[in-house]
Design a protein around this ligand. Structure first.
Ligand SMILES: N[C@@H](CCC(=O)N[C@@H](CS)C(=O)NCC(=O)O)C(=O)O
Length: 234
């Protein structure tokens, strides 16, 4: 099974199934097609096309089967590996996990647009306007609700206790909150910390910070609190 991804520093959608595959110990081959300077690259699109006719990553190739869209890949893995609790086992928890994973997949465009995924830098806090604030409020309400109803009682730090597909969907949101120094309530901050402590995420981040590419579209033109890739000159 192959997972086709782009830059680990920037590709939030690639991160989601990669974390699930890695965390759940599912063997896979990583195929990385990095963006070298820009997202709008016909050569890149041509490389991805055999795996996803829409020309986007992530995509999964399992023999002749092709799966694209991060959430569809997570569903495919959950179906193929029923012994792994990729979704929570409890039906009520699973229903909420699927709802909030879908909400993430389809939403939060203000946050995503204003705060591109960038594991390589950290920026100081800034007022990013009411639409971004509304997205942050909704995400943190989701996290607080899942933790209160399902996560907290397990003693484990993720939304439903153990890491699951919903956490894979929200992990790049956690990294945006870190990158853009977004002030969080204690429950949400603890959840961001738990994502940063997850071995699969640490492995992704470590590889990301060694990447040699800079994609200007995802580099905010803002002061930098931390440059986690000091070997790169902009
Ligand atoms: N809804 C898709 C989004 C995939 C997506 O936008 N991927 C980006 C990389 S993070 C991409 O392939 N961009 C290239 C392009 O749009 O040309 C998913 O869930 O997988």
């Amino acid at each position: 099974m192959k997972l086709i991804i782009a830059n680990k520093v920037h590709s939030s959608w690639s991160m989601r199934p990669w974390l699930a595959l890695t965390h759940f110990g599912i063997p896979f081959e990583e195929v990385q097609f990095p963006f070298a300077a820009t997202f709008d690259d016909p050569v890149w699109k041509a490389k991805v096309a055999p795996y996803n006719p829409a020309g986007k990553v992530p995509c999964l190739a399992d023999g002749d089967i092709r799966v694209w869209e991060s959430l569809a890949i997570l569903e495919y893995l959950a179906e193929k590996y029923p012994d792994r609790a990729i979704w929570p086992r409890d039906p009520a928890a699973r229903a909420l996990a699927r709802s909030i994973a879908s909400e993430m997949h389809a939403g939060f465009s203000a946050l995503r647009g204003a705060c591109p995924c960038n594991l390589g830098r950290r920026h100081p806090p800034k007022d990013r306007g009411p639409k971004v604030a509304a997205d942050v409020a909704r995400v943190t309400a989701i996290w607080n609700d899942a933790r209160a109803r399902f996560g907290r009682a397990t003693g484990q730090p993720f939304l439903f206790g153990e890491f699951c597909a919903a956490d894979a969907m929200y992990a790049p949101v956690a990294t945006r909150f870190h990158t853009y120094s977004i002030a969080l309530d204690p429950v949400s901050q603890a959840y961001v910390d738990a994502i940063y402590d997850l071995p699969a995420f640490r492995a992704w981040r470590e590889a990301a910070l060694k990447e040699p590419w800079i994609v200007e579209e995802d580099e905010a033109d803002e002061p930098t609190l931390e440059n986690y890739r000091p070997h790169l000159q902009r």
